[in-house]
Every structure is written in structure tokens, then in C-alpha cells.
Write a protein that binds this ligand. Structure first.
Ligand SMILES: Nc1ncnc2c1ncn2[C@@H]1O[C@H](COP(=O)(O)OP(=O)(O)OP(=O)(O)O)[C@@H](O)[C@H]1O
Length: 228
């Protein structure tokens, strides 16, 4: 379970966000500037809340009252950014291995093979990111995050930089992560249609507040049409 109860002032935005999600995939939905990325950065340990508490499956990641603020590398949380952020000078294989190494995990050839097979990136292993399509790059970025055996995967608008054909290419892999690998995810998007396909729990965030919480059915037709 992911339990969040935080307050944070960023620029002009006063964030006060509280929810508890048992969902395998928790979707954060809301307009630009609502505070979704800032919240994800707080879960990752990259930004500290001003007040409050964040816990994951009983482990306290942050608690201002008891002075706990686990550094990012001790949280075992994978992060996939909108634009992948692969290392351009390393091959795909080296990029994948870097995720493992950064997390202090011993080499695991079988684990690597499983991830490479799940994401169909075997033919790309010797290439550098500059020679990949946007969709291929995102698959590698997901693979790199999985190599650290994360207890939670954060995906912040992972399809936003892709055209519709590439978006359609990636979604089946994300669904496979959910249904076969059973990887818990927090998935940020302002596309209701995308979230309806992947998320079991939706947290609607507007202007730094949770304005709705529930299953995918809380996303309305007008949400879907807003960014069709
Ligand atoms: N380091 C910062 N300093 C000042 N203001 C910031 C900082 N980081 C974020 N903000 C502001 O906080 C608000 C929330 O930003 P955030 O990126 O979390 O929103 P978001 O919901 O993820 O938006 P988007 O969908 O556009 O990514 C915005 O108004 C942003 O300008």
C-alpha cells in the first residue's frame, strides 16, 4: 500500500495531498501544474515535503515528525521520466546494467534476460540511444528501472513524448508489467484514456489537492475528450 499525506509549497502552489492506495497501478490524473510531478519526486525521494508522511508497504519513506527521510537510493523505487533520460554514450546493454549497479544489486544474467525478453529489446542491446526510436528508448528506460528490482515503479507521463503509433506500441508492455510481472506502479498522465487502460486506482489532483479518488470509472467522458 502507498500511503501519502504531505504538504508542500512549490512556487505559488500550496500542495496538501493525502490518499492511500492499494492499487497495483495508481494513476495520478490532473491538469498541468497540479503538482503531479512534484508528488512523484517526493515519493522518489528527490524532493522533500514540508510536512507529512509517505509510507510504502509498511516502510516509512518520509516522516517529518520522526525525522525520517530515506535517501532516494535506499527507497528501491524505479523512475521512468517522460523523455527516457538514457545515457547517450552507453549502449543499451550498459544502460540497463547501470540501473542495477546504481542500486547496488549484484549482476543477474537471468534477471536481465527476463527483462530484455519482456520488453523485446534483445535486438537493441548493442545500440546507443541515438540510434533508437522514441518508443524503443522508452522501453529501454523501463528496462533500466526494472533492473534495480524496484518495489515501486514511478512513470511520469512516460508516453508524452511519443506519437500515437509509438504510444500504442508501448502500452502492451506496460500492461504486461502489471499483469505478468505484477510490478506496482504510480502512473502520471493527463490523458484519461491512457489511465483507463493501465490504472486500477485513480487519484485526481487539481491545484495541489486531491479532488477525487476511486476506480477508473471516476474518469468522465469529458476528461477523455479534454485531451483526446
Ligand atoms: N522547483 C520549483 N520551484 C518553483 N515552482 C515549482 C518548482 N517545481 C514545480 N513548481 C511549480 O509547482 C507547480 C506544480 O508543478 P508540477 O510539475 O508538479 O505539476 P504537474 O501536475 O506535474 O504538471 P505537468 O503535467 O505540466 O507536468 C507548477 O506551478 C510549477 O510551476
Amino acid at each position: 500500500m502507498l500511503a501519502v499525506d504531505i504538504q508542500k509549497r512549490v512556487g505559488d502552489l500550496d500542495m496538501a495531498i493525502a490518499f492511500e492506495s492499494e492499487g497495483l497501478v495508481t494513476g495520478l490524473f490532473g491538469p498541468s501544474g497540479a503538482g503531479k510531478s512534484t508528488l512523484v519526486n517526493m515519493i522518489a525521494g528527490l524532493v522533500a515535503p514540508d510536512r507529512g508522511r509517505i509510507a510504502l508497504d509498511g516502510t516509512v519513506l518520509f516522516d517529518v515528525q520522526s525525522g525520517i527521510n530515506l535517501p532516494a537510493y535506499q527507497r528501491h523505487i524505479g523512475y521512468v521520466f517522460q523523455e527516457g533520460r538514457l545515457f547517450p554514450h552507453m549502449t543499451v546493454r550498459k544502460n540497463l546494467d547501470y540501473g542495477r549497479w546504481m542500486a547496488g544489486i549484484a549482476p543477474d544474467q537471468d534477471g536481465m534476460k527476463r527483462i530484455v525478453a519482456m520488453l523485446d529489446i534483445e535486438p537493441l542491446l548493442q545500440r546507443r540511444p541515438g540510434k533508437l526510436s522514441g518508443g524503443e528508448r522508452q522501453r529501454v528506460a523501463i528496462g533500466r528501472a526494472l533492473m534495480m528490482k524496484p518495489r515501486l515503479l514511478l512513470l511520469d507521463e512516460p508516453l508524452a513524448s511519443l506519437d500515437p503509433a509509438r504510444k500504442a506500441e508501448i502500452m502492451p508492455y506496460l500492461i504486461r508489467l502489471r499483469d505478468e510481472a505484477r510490478i506496482p506502479m504510480v502512473y502520471v498522465s493527463h490523458y484519461a484514456r491512457e489511465l483507463k487502460r493501465i490504472a486500477n486506482v485513480i487519484v485526481r489532483i487539481e491545484a495541489g489537492r486531491v479532488t477525487a479518488f476511486g476506480g477508473p470509472d471516476i474518469l468522465t467522458r469529458s476528461d477523455e475528450e479534454a485531451f483526446a
